[in-house]
Design a protein around this ligand. Structure first.
Ligand code: NAP
Length: 341
């Protein structure tokens, strides 16, 4: 039986997820939508053959809504995720889980009190084919124990409203989650350094930045975040292990021989870079809702990312190494190790 989904927030990614569920994926349909702008919600509902609810709370309470997708702005996420937990309904929440670590902890506590996983956070890189290959390399021990990771997150340009802390909360947040998952380790400290500033950045923005993370087992991770890199949207990740080195594959593209050059085009749009991973992410979520077993990025992952981001932002201001303390991971989030082959 199809999972009936309600979508809160019909902006960019909300509309994209609705398109995906209705046109590309199987096992679910969108029965209701809502947005702070009722006209926008009405228009989308009409196109869908679904209905528009007046508020997110009403949508969550609706009898025919089995599961909820939250794609409204970040500051509204906590309210809607808590309401979904109170209603006992599975909820897929786009990142961030909430805008503060304290708010993420409130969500964590509500879910732990219920003793059932209902929340999945939209960290879609875990569903990217290249990152999954890299994860397999680590899990199989093909490069021995990982010791160091070098990452880069480069965007061609950002708007004037992009601020120095957004390099962490909007951009590096993806590396923060992905590297915890890849290495199966928690962070213990963070530091942010400022190299020479590019002339392409607006006056108020520090760009590029280098984020240094240290894990509980001693792995060191460096992330270069450079959001006015001009040449393209470029995601790099290299793991150095005891017996080998593994690198994230480049997205596949045509290799051209032309004008005395051998070249491959570099993407410029982040949406294209991870388009397939959004499909896999939501399809797996739909299956997990149907089988009543949520397994994707959890409230604990959303909370750990928020605490780590806070530490990075604190270090941006102080320049110091900031300790990261997550507390004890509740048993609800102890993951089952993948089967060994
Ligand atoms: P967006 O285009 O601004 O869409 C958000 C929508 O939510 C807007 O239509 C907004 O209306 C609406 N909204 C605001 N308050 C609401 C409320 N109380 N109830 C219902 N709707 C409300 O933003 P977006 O780019 O789609 O991003 C949405 C979320 O997804 C953000 O948290 C973002 O970080 C996340 N995101 C994640 C990824 C990823 O890679 N995983 C990618 C993109 C976005 P107004 O415009 O009128 O305020």
């Amino acid at each position: 039986m199809a999972v009936n989904i309600g979508v809160i927030g019909t902006g960019n990614i909300g509309q994209d997820h609705i398109r995906r569920i209705t046109q590309a994926l199987s096992g679910a349909c969108v029965v209701a939508v809502t947005d702070i702008d009722p006209a926008r919600a009405q228009k989308i509902a009409k196109n869908l053959g679904g209905r528009a609810e007046t508020t997110g709370q009403n949508l969550i309470a609706a009898k025919d809504v089995d599961a909820v997708i939250v794609t409204s702005i970040g500051s509204t996420h906590e309210e809607f995720v808590l309401a979904a937990i109170a209603a006992g309904k599975p909820v897929f929440c786009e990142k961030p889980l909430a805008t503060t670590a304290v708010a993420c902890k409130r969500i964590l506590d509500a879910e732990v009190a219920l003793d059932k996983r209902l929340v999945q956070v939209g960290f879609m890189r875990r569903y990217d084919a290249g990152y999954r290959l890299l994860k397999e390399v680590v899990t199989k021990g093909s490069i021995g124990a990982p010791l160091i990771a070098h990452c880069a997150h480069r965007n061609p340009a950002v708007g004037d409203d992009y601020t120095t802390d957004m390099a962490i909360t909007d951009t590096v947040i993806h590396e923060i989650d992905t590297m915890r998952w890849l290495l199966d380790d928690e962070y213990v400290s963070a530091q942010v350094l400022y190299p020479k500033k590019t002339s392409k950045a607006s006056k108020h923005l520090a760009d590029p930045q280098i984020v240094l993370l240290e894990t509980a087992t001693g792995i060191r991770i460096d992330v270069e975040v450079f959001v006015n890199a001009t040449y393209g949207y470029d995601i790099q990740c290299e793991l150095v292990g005891e017996t080998g080195v593994a690198r994230l594959p480049e997205p596949s593209n045509v290799l051209m021989r032309s004008e005395a050059k051998l070249s491959v085009e570099i993407l410029t749009d982040w949406k294209k870079r991870f388009i397939a991973s959004y499909d896999v992410e939501l399809q797996e979520w739909i299956h997990s809702v149907a089988s009543d077993k949520i397994t994707g990025p959890s409230s604990w992952d959303g909370y750990a990312a928020a605490v780590t981001a806070d530490a990075c932002v604190e270090s941006q201001k102080s320049g110091k190494i900031v300790e990261i303390k997550l507390g004890t991971r509740p048993a609800l989030y102890h993951h089952v190790p993948p089967p060994t082959t």
